[in-house]
Design a binder for this molecule. Structure first.
Ligand SMILES: [Zn+2]
Length: 441
């Protein structure tokens, strides 16, 4: 693939620096919402060089997309690469779903060729859904983590991942040991952490599948590897919470298991966090650890309703995620639409600007990547996606024709739109999806 080091994209630019404040009118774009229709986004050497109303001089190669929506690439803060094989599996809640579907699928990734092909497919699918960065679970196998990082590196993507740590309560083909986990993690850290746009995340599957010794190891490794992240799950499902209580009887709560091992830091992302109490919320706020709300997963597995507004008011750091394959779509539009519905079931509202912010600048900040991705601003990496507002003749097109404000349009687009509206993806200024001729990269 040959791409220019400079490119000027014309379209309707939208990004959200911060969500609206309580009481802000949504009839006009509130402060923090940047709506720049008919503007040029200039890219040079992989970064956004300028955003301007006037056309650049004739030396700039152009990609003119009048009427298309130009957004920052979406960011997914919790997703499982091997679980595309079991997305939309029938009839389970979390613990049974892991046994019946997920663990067998992850076992297949012991084969490095399966993991390599699966990683390429997974990342290409992320891109085809407009997601340009992610915090990802591969499997317990070191080679699965190598495969995922190699595929992300080849695509120029900002990706965070780490091999799963799980040394008990899982099939033998999916368990490591404290010793092998340490050896493999150190090797992977050395090979990938800080290389190109990759970062290592110490990946505790969840407390039930790690021994005390392995949890302690994860805490030690995190403390000893500057810039590394932690990802795991917490309090997704009530049966899971009861299990953790039985496994760790001396800990006050599920969250305390992680706290005790030094696993709650501003670099930590914990998926779900539905069944936590006020003391846990205070602990999260004080440590700066992030909860990744995964609404389609929570609905699909019947796990519960996360209280976004409540937790935001408590001062917690929050992000939003697909959690495929418990989640049922890699589409961030569908995920945001589900987040709206989960809030509505609790008598609350999440406006479209808050939702878009969550999937872009908010998720970037949650990963401490706000200076690199999530907004359309000079200096940031040019991870950018062009979308159509609607297919001609569709219900969405009809609805947009009756919308009276940007918020009304955007809310309809998030509720009714999906990856079929994607037209072009650039990662660090390079075209990565949406080519007429496939594959483009
Ligand atoms: Zn998950």
């Amino acid at each position: 693939m040959s791409s220019p080091t400079r490119l000027a994209i014309l379209g309707d630019l939208l990004d959200v620096e911060r969500p609206p404040a309580t009481g802000d009118s949504l009839d006009t774009p509130p402060p923090g919402v940047r709506w720049r229709p008919g503007h040029w986004l200039l890219i040079e050497n992989g970064r956004i060089a300028a955003v301007q109303a006037e056309a650049p001089d004739a030396s700039w190669p152009r990609d003119e997309r009048p009427g298309q929506l130009i957004l920052p690439g979406f960011i997914d803060t919790h997703v499982h690469a091997p679980q595309l094989d079991v997305i939309a599996s029938y009839g389970s809640e979390l613990l049974d779903w892991l046994e019946r579907y997920t663990f067998p699928a992850e076992t297949a990734w012991a084969d490095p060729q399966v993991a390599a092909a699966g990683s390429r497919l997974f990342l290409d699918q992320l891109l085809q859904h407009g997601t340009t960065s992610a915090l990802v679970f591969p499997t317990v196998h070191k080679s699965s983590c190598d495969a995922l990082f190699a595929a992300a590196q080849a695509r120029g993507m900002r990706l965070l991942a780490g091999k799963c740590l799980m040394d008990r309560n899982a099939p033998p083909q999916l368990t490591d040991t404290v010793e092998s986990a340490e050896r493999d993690s150190l090797e992977l850290l050395q090979r990938w952490h800080g290389v190109d746009r990759l970062r290592y995340a110490h990946t505790v599957r969840f407390a039930p599948t790690s021994s005390e010794a392995q949890l302690a190891l994860a805490g030690r490794l995190h403390a000893a590897s500057p810039g590394s992240h932690v990802q795991t799950h917490v309090a997704e499902n009530r049966a899971e919470v009861e299990w953790v209580r039985a496994l760790f009887p001396s800990d006050r709560s599920y969250l305390e298991v992680y706290a005790r091992h030094g696993l709650l830091t501003p670099q930590t992302t914990l998926a779900h966090g539905i069944w936590l109490d006020a003391d846990d919320h205070a602990r999260l706020r004080d440590t700066g650890a992030v909860i990744a709300h995964s609404p389609t997963s929570n609905l699909f597995l019947g796990s519960g309703l996360f209280d976004w507004r409540g937790r935001a008011a408590d001062g917690l750091r929050l992000s939003i995620a697909t959690d495929v394959g418990g989640g049922v779509s890699l589409s961030m539009q569908r995920t945001l639409a589900a987040a709206y519905q989960v809030a509505a079931l609790q008598g609350q509202r999440l406006d479209a600007f808050t939702l878009l912010h969550a999937a872009t600048a908010g998720n970037a900040a949650s990963l401490q990547l706000g200076d690199e991705i999530g907004r359309l601003e000079p200096g940031l990496m040019a991870d950018v996606v062009a979308w159509d507002w609607a297919e001609p003749g569709s219900v969405l097109a009809h609805r947009l024709g009756r919308a009276n404000s940007l918020h009304e349009r955007l809310f309809a687009w998030l509720t009714l739109g999906d990856e079929r509206l994607l037209r072009r993806v650039w990662v660090a200024g390079q075209v990565r999806s949406g080519c007429a001729s496939s594959p483009c990269c």
